[in-house]
Write a new protein. Structure first.
Length: 244
């Protein structure tokens, strides 16, 4: 038996399926995409969820851009939370990226900051008082405090599931809050947005504003900030739509 190659797919008249790249945000890691990966992999997509360094907007975006440059063929790029900032910058200038998918994510314009978008509309419950700060050699990391984690981050998960997320959270360097984003890839790439109506970190009003500005195909779900976990089916469905 001869393995199917990209050329044989093209020869048969069928377009190759895009590679789907999933980017996590701060206070999380790539395992938050686990159920989404299972659903998409089951449909025959190649799905990759690389680590997001969470060290700074420019360096995180450069890291992802370099990663994307190693892939051939069409790409659908999805980001959650701060991961939306990273995909908005990393995809700029990459012709292989055919769609951007924002899952309860920041979709910044040039000059926007995470802090500014998060507080542009009322409703966020993540403030300095909800963070523990821990210095490291290159800066200061912020962790969501245990007492606030489930309420702010994962209100529709069980207490045990939220506790596991808190225990394993990957912090983001606080410099990412005030760093200005660059020219957004959504200006030239079709975009999709899943609004989490019960998000306590990025207010739903902010999500709707960003989705409308990017002219994104938008769906809404009843979900906390971790919509890719609590609403994995809806998340996978939107990514499939982008992939088609």
């Amino acid at each position: 038996m001869v393995a199917t190659t990209g050329s044989s797919v093209a020869a048969s008249g069928r377009k190759p399926k895009p590679t789907i790249v999933l980017v996590h945000g701060a206070f999380a890691d790539a395992t938050g995409w686990a159920d989404v990966i299972k659903r998409l992999s089951g449909d025959g997509y190649t799905v990759i969820a690389p680590p997001n360094p969470l060290r700074g907007v420019a360096s995180d975006s450069a890291y992802l851009a370099d990663f994307l440059a190693t892939l051939t063929g069409p790409i659908v790029l999805a980001g959650h939370s701060y991961g939306g900032v990273v995909i908005s910058n990393a995809a700029t200038g990459n012709p292989n990226v055919k769609a951007l998918v924002y899952i309860a994510a920041f979709a910044p314009d040039a000059g926007d900051t995470v802090y500014g978008l998060q507080n542009q509309f009322p409703g966020t419950e993540l403030h300095e008082a909800q963070l523990d700060f821990r210095p490291w050699d290159g800066g200061v990391d912020g962790y969501v405090k245990r007492a606030d984690f489930r309420r702010v981050f994962a209100g529709d998960l069980s207490p045990s599931a939220a506790e596991l997320l808190w225990s394993t959270q990957r912090p983001g360097d606080v410099s990412t809050l005030q760093a200005a984003s660059g020219e957004p890839a959504w200006r030239g790439i079709p975009s999709y947005y899943l609004v989490a109506r019960e998000d306590k970190l990025i207010p739903a009003a902010a999500q709707r504003f960003m989705a409308a500005r990017a002219r994104a195909h938008t769906v809404e779900v009843k979900a906390s900030h971790v919509a890719m976990i609590s609403q994995s089916r809806a998340t996978a469905d939107l990514i499939r739509k982008a992939a088609r």
